[in-house]
Design a binder for this molecule. Structure first.
Ligand code: MN
Length: 229
């Protein structure tokens, strides 16, 4: 028995690869630009740009993707996802990987038109980034299995045509740097996920499109884009 006024919200979770265990999701942090895109070749490293999605946006990266409302530019972004397994605040770069439980591949799905509209007037990005189902993620691969990746192909195809391809070694901010920087802003908690940015080639999806994407040695996904409501 408890005295909650209704049943507490359920815990969102992701499967663990090669296991029946589930990884309980606390929060989802996302990093903005973390690969050089064509229009930012001369960009210098600035303070990393973090935003968030709610844990409720996380879904298993299988089956059909709901086409979100309020957008004409529903865009894919394939990203390395870091799964935090240990609490920490003001974590040093040297200690950062001790806080990583595992890794996955995920899509930071984006209503790009809403993001552009928000950027134009300085509004927050949540309407563009935090909608239901906006974070499909593959099963989490424990770091105890293969350690911490510093390289590996990251790619995304739509209907068999490649749209995104890069390598984890092209990330501007390393996983250790990301964890350290973020943990100086907020205390990280076991269960937090960090989506670490996408390579160039992001583009819009249409109903019926089949997405194949992944990161070598981490995980792969296939999803079909569903109809508008
Ligand atoms: Mn992204």
């Amino acid at each position: 028995m408890n005295n909650f006024v209704f049943d507490p919200p359920r815990i969102h979770s992701l499967p663990v690869s090669g296991s029946d265990a589930r990884f309980p999701v606390a929060r989802v942090f996302c990093l903005g630009r973390n690969y050089y895109w064509g229009d930012t070749l001369n960009a210098v490293r600035e303070v990393p740009a973090f935003f968030m999605k709610p844990a409720t946006s996380v879904i298993d990266a299988v089956g059909e993707l709901d086409f979100p409302t309020q957008t004409e530019q529903f865009c894919h972004e394939i990203e390395l996802v870091v799964a935090v397994g240990k609490d920490g605040f003001e974590i040093s770069e040297a200690q950062a990987l001790d806080h990583v439980w595992g890794y996955a591949a995920g899509l930071d799905l984006t209503r790009r038109d809403l993001q552009m509209a928000a950027k134009a007037v300085g509004n927050p990005w949540e309407p563009a980034k935090a909608f239901d189902g906006s974070a499909p993620i593959t099963p989490i691969k424990p770091a105890t299995a293969d350690g911490h990746p510093t390289q590996g192909a990251i790619w995304l195809r739509v209907n068999g045509v490649e749209r995104q391809r890069s390598d984890l070694d092209s990330q501007i901010w390393s996983v250790s740097e990301i964890i350290s920087q973020l943990s100086h802003s907020v205390g990280l908690r076991a269960g937090d996920l960090i989506m670490t940015g996408t390579p160039p080639g992001v583009a819009a999806l249409q109903t019926g499109d089949v997405i194949n994407a992944g990161i070598t040695g981490i995980g792969e996904l296939e999803m079909r884009v569903g109809s508008r409501r």
